[in-house]
Design a protein around this ligand. Structure first.
Ligand SMILES: C[S@@+](CC[C@H](N)C(=O)[O-])C[C@H]1O[C@@H](n2cnc3c(N)ncnc32)[C@H](O)[C@@H]1O
Length: 244
């Protein structure tokens, strides 16, 4: 049996996707309000920064992977306009439906598709931009998912990975206290689910740090990779360019 991490637990790797699905099925209806509460609104700034760096242009083809409730999809749709296209995908139907309904309420209808980032149903070179916000951490085979993201980009296209990362050392004690003491209680109070928010804190610790992820992106085929630390490394935005 090959094992992988699910938070701090080691589980059969065939079981990780099911467990991750359970987490997001459980939190989908309270996901947006929890994001605002637990990040004190900062996730909006991290996403706005991502959209600014992406610099999507009218007419471009964008794929928001693990798009969930659709924050980035919505922002990109406004940038690419009617001549462009944003494809909003996620492995979890509950998250995707929540996002699709929200986008429709905003007057935005996008192609919305349930699919696994490790097996993208798109031709090679289909997109100018691919984004994945707070999704990579949950994937079982990150190397395969990154290679797929590279494959579906056109040469010169860019991948934006927004993800929790390794905080600067002086922030660590306060960040650990907040993650392990406050977050699960907040999750219990607001979403009725402490375990999913304990998983969040644990999965962040298990995720590759900034330089390791940069190396993984290069290994996956990106010719140039850079990262931007945000909020002292609580989050990092990695930008990979497919050079050929
Ligand atoms: C924390 S949410 C992020 C949602 C949204 N991108 C955001 O930033 O608010 C993580 C998402 O990753 C999705 N996900 C996890 N594993 C995935 C996979 N293998 N392929 C596609 N999506 C996946 C989950 O279903 C979930 O909707």
């Amino acid at each position: 049996m090959t094992t992988t991490d699910f938070g701090f637990q080691q589980v059969d790797e065939r079981d990780k996707a099911r467990r991750v699905r359970g987490v997001f099925d459980s939190v989908a209806s309270r996901y947006d309000v929890m994001n605002d509460l637990m990040s004190m609104g900062l996730h909006r700034a991290w996403k706005a920064y991502t959209v600014m760096v992406a610099d999507a242009r009218p007419g471009q083809q964008v794929h928001d992977i693990a798009g969930g409730t659709g924050d980035l999809s919505l922002a990109f749709a406004r940038k690419v306009g009617a001549s462009g296209r944003v494809v909003h995908t996620d492995i979890n139907e509950t998250m995707l439906r929540t996002g699709r309904d929200r986008l429709l309420d905003e007057g935005v209808a996008l192609p919305t598709l349930v699919c696994d980032a490790e097996r993208l149903p798109f031709a090679t070179g289909s997109f100018d931009l691919v984004s994945v916000a707070f999704g990579l951490r949950n994937m079982t085979h990150k190397d395969i998912a990154l290679a797929e993201m590279c494959r579906v980009l056109r040469p010169g296209g860019r991948l934006l990975v927004l993800e929790f990362s390794r905080v600067a050392r002086p922030l660590q004690p306060a960040y650990d206290w907040y993650s392990f003491r406050v977050l699960p209680r907040l999750g219990q109070a607001v979403a009725g689910d402490a375990d999913s928010y304990r998983y969040l804190a644990e999965s962040i610790r298990m995720h590759p740090d900034q330089d390791t992820l940069k190396a993984m992106m290069k290994q996956a085929g990106f010719g140039h990779v850079d990262y931007h630390n945000l909020t002292g490394g609580v989050v990092a935005l990695h930008v990979g360019i497919k050079c050929q």
